[in-house]
Design a protein around this ligand. Structure first.
Ligand code: PEP
Ligand code: MG
Length: 572
């Protein structure tokens, strides 16, 4: 029988394929006294053999599909499994203490992990991560549970998961992963944002897909309306195939606007830019008619690996993006790690409230080596295109001044050493924290531009975690409190002759677009796939008419009232 599950539409499109459950199995272990030591040894050896065979297959597959770098990770895991310094103490423990293999493995591994983690040496810290991974794999065989290996997927699937981290998402193979759906998460969680840039249909925050969907059943992910259909009938499949082809036809209509400028019906130009996470995303930005990159989330360069990217690796990535954009503006945001974007190899302490913690510019001002390396890479790349740099999560003027001073210091050093650096790099900041929106008139005197990050600005203004589907009703981009903050930022920028953009998801939202046009927003930066629908909408809007509603909208009292008004006035 078919079942309908409702969730949050996170990435547009329709996908129909078999379910692939991304398992995160329970690896809890119990201590047991063992009487038959030989049998326990054999059980341990058998689990080790299975783990090695599995790793050999994964290594081969990673080599073929993902290249030598990724394969090297699994080669390192195989080495750990063959290391007598780890294996012998486990066997000794089983023999001498008569404990079960799970406990012997876990206690021995924990001892090595703590030892390596305490060392002041990045290489040794990475070995701790390898041991942790390998232990998990052997444990899964001892306990008879399955851990998923998404890198091995070789047929079309829809991923079913409790949650996907941004690095899980980055590793999804676009050829086979047709869609995904999760129990938790909201429209602005980073896995949702990445799904949009990868053009993978997704529904998040369903609360129940992992309990309701078995491996291998047919699933439809409707990323347009936020629905998941499990075990659909022939008729439902046919209906959704029709919905998919209608959507494809609509996309073909939008595609005709790809080389056009974005001009309103009263001939006013606004800039439509793309948000990207990797140099590969530039293809999608250009194919969708992006007039620039309004947000390059550089943190993805730091994720899905086990050490910091070098200055040269970063230089290559930034140069590639600037060159591929051929002189169009590229706003690069400096490292914004923290919140839902973790870097395990930095070994930062766990925090009670990661979104309010040691993240983004706070971390960069403290860990200046990391920050300065990135700034040098950016400055060196600046000659290859039209670079603008902005700092994330600024809360105070002092933070902006410090970040800018460090950037100028690095520039000075490079220039003195004879390195060519562009002379007209604009330096701006993101407005994501209410303190900066409220004080935007002061910031506007010192920045070259603002980019409003509404994903965070809304979560901080409403005090509602953007990852938590229970409070997702508080993600209210049209709430007049948010609109007033946005309006203050735009007005403050214009008063100082600066420009104001928006790179939060709100910038591509069809209800928000007429409001933002009326508030005077200069640049709208969004997921690449939202650009053409936005251009099509803006071409039909009059900026003057939209501006005439500004005061009326800003004096409304609820989000619903604003939505009702926009729908009526703009005939939506
Ligand atoms: C934002 O907060 O709106 C933003 C664009 O940054 P991120 O989504 O990466 O936090
Ligand atoms: Mg943000």
């Amino acid at each position: 029988m078919s079942t309908l599950i409702n969730g949050i539409a996170a990435s547009a499109g329709i996908a129909i394929a078999k379910a692939y459950r991304l398992e995160n199995p329970d690896l809890t272990i119990e201590k047991k006294a063992i009487s038959d030591i030989d049998a326990e040894m054999n059980r341990f050896d058998a689990a080790m053999t299975k783990a090695k065979q599995e790793l050999e297959i994964i290594k081969e597959k990673a080599f073929e599909d993902l290249g030598e770098d990724k394969a090297a990770i699994f080669a390192a895991h195989l080495l750990v499994l063959s290391d007598p310094e780890l294996v012998n103490p486990i066997k000794d423990k089983i023999k001498n203490e008569s404990v079960n293999a799970e406990v012997a493995l876990d206690e021995t591994a924990q001892m090595f992990i703590s030892m390596f983690e305490a060392m002041d040496n990045e290489y040794m810290k990475e070995r701790a991560a390898d041991i942790r991974d390998v232990t998990k794999r052997v444990l899964s065989h001892l306990l008879g549970v399955t851990i998923s290996n998404p890198s091995l997927i070789s047929e079309e699937v829809i991923i079913i998961a409790e949650d996907l981290t941004p690095s899980d998402t980055a590793q999804l193979n676009r050829e086979f992963v047709k869609g995904f759906t999760t129990d938790i998460g909201g429209r602005t969680s980073h896995s949702a944002i990445m799904a949009r840039s990868m053009e993978i249909p997704a529904v998040v925050g369903t609360k129940s897909v992992t309990s309701d969907i078995a491996n291998g059943v047919t699933v439809i992910v409707d990323g347009l309306d936020g629905k998941v259909i499990v075990n659909p009938s022939e008729q439902t499949i046919a209906d959704y195939q029709k919905k998919k082809s209608d959507y494809d036809a609509q996309k073909a209509e939008w595609a005709k606007l790809v080389n056009e400028k974005t001009v309103t019906s009263d001939d006013q130009h606004v800039e439509l830019a793309a948000n990207i996470g990797t140099p590969e995303d530039v293809k999608g930005a250009l194919a969708n008619g992006g007039e620039g990159v309004g947000l390059y989330r550089t943190e993805f360069l730091y994720m899905g690996r086990d050490q910091l990217p070098t200055e040269d690796e970063q230089f290559d990535a930034y140069k590639t993006v600037l060159e591929r954009m051929e002189g169009k503006p590229v706003v690069v945001r400096t490292l914004d790690i923290g919140g839902d974007k973790e870097l395990p190899y930095l070994h930062l302490p766990k925090e009670m409230n990661p979104f309010l913690g040691f993240r983004a510019i706070r971390l960069c001002l403290e860990e200046q080596d990391i920050f300065r390396t990135q700034l040098r890479a950016l400055l060196r790349a600046s000659k290859f295109g039209n670079l603008k740099i902005m700092f994330p999560m600024i809360a105070t003027l002092d933070e902006f001044r410090q970040a800018k001073a460090i950037l100028l210091e690095e520039k000075e050093k490079l220039v003195s050493a004879g390195t060519a650096v562009s002379d007209d790099i604009e330096i701006g900041m993101m407005v994501e924290i209410p303190s900066t929106a409220i004080l935007a008139d002061q910031f506007a005197k010192e920045v070259d531009f603002f980019s409003i990050g509404t994903n965070d600005l809304i979560q901080y203004t409403m005090a509602a975690d953007r990852m938590n589907e229970q409070v997702s009703y508080l993600y209210q981009p049209y709430n007049p409190s948010i609109l007033r903050l946005v309006s203050m930022v735009i007005d403050a920028a214009h008063k100082e002759g600066k420009w104001a953009g928006m790179c939060g998801e709100m910038a591509g939202d069809s209800i928000a677009i007429p409001i933002l046009l009326g508030l005077g927003l200069d640049e709208f930066s969004m997921s690449a796939t939202s650009i053409l629908p936005a251009r099509s909408q803006l071409k039909k809007l009059s900026k003057q008419e939209a501006a005439s509603f500004k005061q009326q909208i800003l004096s409304m009292s609820t989000s619903d009232e604003v939505v009702e008004f926009v729908k009526t006035k703009f005939k939506m």
